[in-house]
Design a protein around this ligand. Structure first.
Ligand SMILES: Cc1cc2nc3c(=O)[nH]c(=O)nc-3n(C[C@H](O)[C@H](O)[C@H](O)COP(=O)(O)OP(=O)(O)OC[C@H]3O[C@@H](n4cnc5c(N)ncnc54)[C@H](O)[C@@H]3O)c2cc1C
Length: 261
């Protein structure tokens, strides 16, 4: 690992000011540290944001669940308030990685990294979330731009994620047996004004599957999407699953999610 300057920021303003084109924020470090150790990434400045109290914690109101950026996966998984308001979100957090990853990894780090197989991006899209940064509020539908790419500007810090409480919802993933990342994960959320089916793992970036969402909007039942054939030409294909396998798996996981709602 190459040497770097370590900074511990006291607030969002300082964290943002310290950042440069060659820096990274340190939240859980579950992606940043291994990438640096393996020589895949190197930074001049590492800005630790774990000490910023304002960035951690969970607030639940009737209509929304707001989770601070440095809140760890284990805290979301164990939160009685999240379990009551959006049980599927707590279950999603409980299914991330292993106990070590859940005890260090954070929700802000996960969505900033935007791994194509990460779980939280699907929750953000399905639960029509708003990403609060130190500069603005960004709708989830406009936040995830492409593989490992988001709408965040250099130095922009995620402070919290605000999820809309749906009428019902479920997240179903087919995990990679080693890492637990999603080979395919489907988050179905039925809101008062429509259904959103968010898919992770299948394409380079999380997406709202409009065909599945439309079918469930007219009839919210597993039967209504049974046998649907999705286009596989733009789906990921790797040693874990072919594009055709993933296209089929999206429908299977979506059916499971509807049945579990
Ligand atoms: C073995 C292993 C298994 C895993 N399995 C899964 C899995 O099954 N599902 C899954 O979804 N994930 C999985 N992960 C990823 C993990 O859950 C972490 O969420 C993820 O690594 C990033 O979160 P972090 O807090 O560790 O971020 P860090 O590593 O600290 O940071 C990652 C990136 O995000 C940026 N960043 C961090 N916080 C902010 C912020 N508040 N604002 C702006 N930018 C920020 C940093 O600059 C950096 O570029 C796994 C990781 C490992 C190592």
């Amino acid at each position: 690992m190459k040497s770097f300057n370590y900074h511990s920021a006291k607030d969002s303003k300082e964290a943002s000011k310290l950042s440069s084109s060659n820096s990274a924020f340190l939240a859980g470090g579950m992606t940043t540290i291994p990438s640096m150790k393996l020589g895949l990434a190197s930074y001049k400045d590492i800005i630790d944001i774990k000490g910023i109290k304002k960035l951690s914690g969970i607030k639940v109101s009737g209509k929304s669940v707001i989770i601070g950026a440095t809140t760890k996966h284990v805290e979301v998984a164990n939160s009685k308030d999240v379990k009551k308001a959006i049980p599927s979100l707590a279950l999603l957090a409980e299914g991330i990685g292993d106990p070590q990853v859940r005890n260090r990894g954070t929700i802000g780090g996960s969505i900033a990294n935007n791994d194509p197989s990460a779980d939280y991006p699907s929750a953000c899209v399905a639960l029509d979330a708003i990403v609060h940064t130190n500069e603005r509020k960004i709708e989830a539908s406009k936040f995830f731009k492409g593989m490992f790419e988001t709408a965040l500007k250099k130095g922009e810090l995620i402070e919290a994620i605000e999820f809309k409480v749906p009428e019902k919802s479920s997240y179903q993933k087919h995990p990679n047996p080693a890492s637990r990342y999603a080979v395919v994960g489907v988050y179905v959320a039925k809101h008062k004004n429509g259904t959103i089916v968010a898919v992770t793992g299948a394409k380079p970036c999380v997406y709202n599957d409009k065909d599945l969402s439309k079918a469930l909007d007219s009839n919210f039942s597993a039967n209504s999407i049974s046998g649907m054939k999705l286009k596989s030409s733009d789906m990921n294909s790797d040693i874990h699953a072919s594009a055709e396998y993933r296209a089929n798996l999206v429908v299977i996981q979506a059916k499971k999610a509807v049945e579990a709602c």
